[in-house]
Design a protein around this ligand. Structure first.
Ligand code: 4AD
Ligand code: MG
Length: 459
C-alpha cells in the first residue's frame, strides 16, 4: 500500500505491506527504527524491526540510506512521542542495497547546485520529491480547470514549420548527415531533408491552436516548447512546458480575466492540496511563501497600460541597469519593480508598442500599440504573455510585410482570416515560472526534472 494512502486511511491494527526506500536507520537494544519513504507523500513511515526477525543480524543491521525494502507488518498506534503511527515489521525483504561508501545522498542537507549534478537521483530528496508532487498536481489542475469550462485539449505538434514568435530562436530538426548535408549553391538544401522543408522544434503551439479555436471555439494546448535562446538565467530553460489556451469570440479583457482566474485557481489548489509539500518549502526555502501565495487569492491583479508602466518607472527615481523609455522593452528588473515594489501584487501590463511584439497581435486603434498583455509576478517577472489576435486579413497582411514574414509560408494562417474569421485571444503560461512562484525555489532548473539549458542536457 502507498504510504500516503496508509496515512490517510489509517487502517490501525491491520496487517499491511509497504515498499520503499530507507531514509535512515537507528538502533536501540534489540530493535531498529527505519524511516521509510515511497515518494507518495512527504512524510515517511517509521518501521519497527526487532531482533526476532530472521534476517535482523545479517541484513537489517546493514540497511543504510537508499536501500529498497518491502515490509509486511502490523500498522499500529505508536507509543513513541512525535510519531503517531508505525509499522511493526513481521517480515522485511531487501530488494536493493545502496553501498554507503558510494551512495551520494546521505541524510544531510545537500545544496541545490550539488543535486543538479545528480539529476537521476535527486528525486529521492525531500525537496525535489515535493517539487515533483506539486508539479504533477498542478499539471492535473490545469487540465481540470479547462475541461470543467468546456475547453478542448488540442495536441499541437512538437515538430513544426512555423516560427510563432518570429524570433528565429528555433532548434532545427533534421535527418541529414551533418558532415554531408544535401546542398544547393553552397547552402544546405532543406528541400531534400526529411520533411521536404526546414522544420524545427516548436517555440509555441499558438498558431496551430488558433486553427482549432476557429473551429472548436475554446481550446488549449499544454506541452513542451523549445527555445534556442542563449539566456543562461535562473528563469530560462531551452525546454519548458507551456500552457496555451485560445478562445474564439474573445477580446483582450476576456483573455486577462481568464488568465487571472486561472492563476488564482492554481495557487488555491496548491495551498489546499499540496499543503505538506508547501510547508516544507515554507520552512526551508522561503519563510514568506505561504503569505505570498495567500496574497494572490485575496487581491485582484493591478492592470495598467505599457504607457502607464513606463511613466511609473520613470517617476520611480530608480537607477535601473537598463534604461526606461517609451518604445523600449521592459527588462526583468523593471517588471519586478512594478510587481514587487510599486503594486506589491501581480500586475498585468497591456497595450505594448507594436514594434516590440510579434506579428499576430491585434493592432489597436492608435495604430501604434497592440492588444498584448503580460502578467508580471513578484519574484518572477513575466509569468504569462498573451494577446488578442489580429483577425482582420488586410491588417494582418500589412503586419506580416512589416515584420518580414512570408505570406506564402503562412497562407494557411491567412486562410483563418479569409474564411469565417472571428475575434480571438489567448495566452501562454510558463509552467516552470508558475512552479517557481508556488514553491519559492529560486532556480528554474530545480522545478523541472531534467533541465535543458545552454551547455547542459543531462540524461
Ligand atoms: O511570452 P511568450 O514568448 O508567448 C508566447 O509564446 C505566445 N505564443 C503565448 C500565447 O499567446 N499563446 O511565452 C509565454 C510564457 C512566458 O510568459 C514565460 O512564462 C514562458 O512562456 N517562457 C519561458 N519559460 C521558461 N524558459 C523560457 N526560455 C521561456 N520563454 C518563455
Ligand atoms: Mg513574452
Amino acid at each position: 500500500m502507498q504510504i500516503a494512502h496508509l496515512l490517510k486511511e489509517k487502517p490501525v491494527n491491520s496487517t499491511v505491506e509497504i515498499k520503499g526506500w530507507v531514509k535512515s536507520r537507528r538502533d536501540s537494544k534489540n530493535l531498529s527504527f527505519l524511516d521509510i519513504t515511497d515518494g507518495s507523500c512527504l512524510k515517511g513511515l517509521q518501521v519497527i524491526a526487532d531482533a526476532g526477525l530472521s534476517n535482523y543480524q545479517n541484513e537489517i543491521l546493514k540497511l543504510t540510506a537508499g536501500c529498497s525494502i518491502q515490509v509486511t507488518g502490523l500498522f499500529a498506534e505508536s507509543p513513541a512521542k512525535g510519531q503517531d503511527l508505525e509499522l511493526q515489521a513481521r517480515e522485511i525483504i531487501i530488494h536493493g542495497w545502496a553501498d554507503p561508501d558510494e551512495y551520494p545522498l546521505q541524510k544531510k542537507k545537500h545544496s541545490f547546485e550539488f543535486l543538479r549534478t545528480l539529476s537521476h537521483l535527486r528525486a529521492r530528496t525531500n525537496s525535489l520529491g515535493a517539487m515533483a508532487r506539486i508539479r504533477s498536481r498542478l499539471s492535473f489542475a490545469i487540465h481540470q480547470f479547462f475541461q470543467e469550462r468546456g475547453f478542448i485539449q488540442v495536441h499541437t505538434p512538437i515538430i513544426t514549420t512555423s516560427d510563432c514568435e518570429g524570433a528565429g530562436e528555433m532548434f532545427t530538426v533534421t535527418s541529414f548527415d551533418l558532415n554531408n548535408p544535401a546542398k544547393n549553391n553552397g547552402h544546405v538544401d532543406f528541400n531534400r531533408d526529411f520533411f521536404g522543408q526546414r522544420a524545427s522544434l516548436t517555440v509555441s503551439g499558438q498558431l496551430e491552436a488558433e486553427a482549432y479555436a476557429l473551429a472548436l471555439s475554446n481550446v488549449y494546448t499544454f506541452g513542451p516548447t523549445f527555445r534556442a535562446e542563449n539566456s543562461n538565467t535562473s528563469r530560462h530553460l531551452a525546454e519548458f512546458w507551456m500552457l496555451e489556451p485560445e478562445m474564439a469570440f474573445c477580446d483582450l479583457d476576456g483573455d486577462m480575466n481568464l488568465a487571472e482566474e486561472m492563476l488564482q485557481h492554481l495557487v488555491r489548489v496548491a495551498l489546499e492540496e499540496c499543503s505538506d509539500d508547501l510547508d516544507l518549502f515554507g520552512r526551508f526555502i522561503d519563510k514568506n511563501l505561504l503569505s505570498r501565495l495567500n496574497n494572490i487569492l485575496d487581491n485582484s491583479f493591478v492592470r495598467m497600460t505599457y504607457t502607464e508602466a513606463v511613466s511609473q518607472l520613470e517617476k520611480s527615481g530608480r537607477n535601473f541597469e537598463f534604461p526606461v523609455a517609451w518604445g523600449m522593452d521592459l527588462q526583468s528588473e523593471h517588471e519586478r519593480f512594478l510587481a514587487e515594489e510599486l503594486c506589491k501584487c501581480p500586475v498585468i501590463v497591456k497595450d505594448y508598442p507594436k514594434k516590440l511584439k510579434p506579428f499576430y497581435m491585434r493592432v489597436n486603434d492608435d495604430n501604434n500599440t497592440v492588444a498584448a498583455m503580460d502578467i508580471l509576478f513578484p519574484k518572477i517577472g513575466e509569468i504569462i504573455g498573451g494577446s488578442q489576435r489580429e483577425e482582420r486579413l488586410s491588417v494582418l497582411m500589412e503586419r506580416m510585410t512589416e515584420t518580414g514574414i512570408d505570406h506564402d509560408t503562412y497562407s494557411w494562417y491567412l486562410d483563418l482570416r479569409r474564411f469565417g474569421s472571428a475575434p480571438h485571444a489567448g495566452f501562454g503560461l510558463g509552467f516552470e515560472r508558475l512552479l517557481l512562484f508556488v514553491t519559492g525555489l529560486s532556480n528554474i532548473r530545480d522545478v523541472i526534472p531534467f533541465p535543458r539549458t545552454p551547455g547542459s542536457a543531462t540524461l
